[in-house]
Design a protein around this ligand. Structure first.
Ligand SMILES: C[S@@+](CC[C@H](N)C(=O)[O-])C[C@H]1O[C@@H](n2cnc3c(N)ncnc32)[C@H](O)[C@@H]1O
Length: 214
């Protein structure tokens, strides 16, 4: 895998009024959602701590690490990180598989006046999927099925349903996976992102990792 891990300086983010309003609105949204759903109805979902996510996204942005200002959240839940990226000046997309979360996150973004796009689709583009092997989850790609290596042209054509831009046009990805999916997110990023793109992976509020595709 050709990923380079980038050390973060870990500054405490200055939380502006806009960021505070956004995190409060999103938090109220998910508190209400969990109050309305019992454990069996709610998707398996632990939201990330928005202030920590914002601190890392802000540092990545002020250090100019992404090659452009297009952001995509893999598994966007209530869309908090997607809205935070929009506040930081990104054209921001969230991909979420649960329809109800898509509906709620779109409503929250509208209420906040955030021009984000939340798509109800899988973070695995067509032809890609997770396979549960003996060593844990592995990424299956069209190339792994055909023994052929993807080239830049293949990558340039790859897109998500409903998204006008290609996946290769996304400069910054964010994911907050379950522990068993953390390596899988890196594999997917390595397989589909453009060279120079960045991936922020939230493991816990004290462990947020940043990678560049080299
Ligand atoms: C741990 S939650 C994180 C939510 C949000 N990113 C955050 O940081 O608070 C994972 C989210 O990914 C969604 N998800 C799971 N599998 C997915 C898939 N294949 N494609 C898109 N979303 C998915 C879940 O429904 C859930 O909302």
């Amino acid at each position: 895998m050709a990923l380079e891990e980038i050390a973060m300086e870990g500054p405490e983010a200055r939380v502006s009024d806009k960021v505070a309003r956004l995190t409060e609105t999103c938090s109220r949204g998910w508190e209400r959602f969990f109050a309305d759903h019992d454990d069996h109805q709610a998707p398996r979902f632990v939201p990330s701590v928005p202030e920590r996510v914002f601190a890392v996204l802000e540092e990545v942005t002020t250090r100019n690490l992404p090659p452009n200002r297009v952001f995509c959240e893999w598994g966007s839940g209530f869309g908090t990180a997607t809205c935070l990226a929009s506040l930081l000046g990104y054209e921001a997309y969230g991909l979420e598989i649960e329809e109800e979360l898509v509906r709620l996150s779109r409503a929250i973004a509208r209420r906040l006046g955030m021009p984000v796009e939340i798509l109800c689709t899988s973070l695995f583009p067509e032809g890609y999927e997770a396979y549960s092997g003996v060593d844990g989850l592995e990424l299956v790609t069209p190339e792994s099925r055909s023994d052929r290596n993807a080239n830049d042209e293949d990558r340039g054509l790859l897109r998500y349903d409903g998204m006008e831009i290609a996946i290769a046009d996304i400069g910054l990805f964010f994911a907050s996976p379950w522990p068993e999916e953390q390596a899988l997110m890196q594999q997917l990023f390595d397989a589909v992102a453009m060279e120079g793109a960045m991936l922020v992976v939230y493991h816990t509020d004290k462990d947020i990792r940043v990678f560049r595709k080299v």
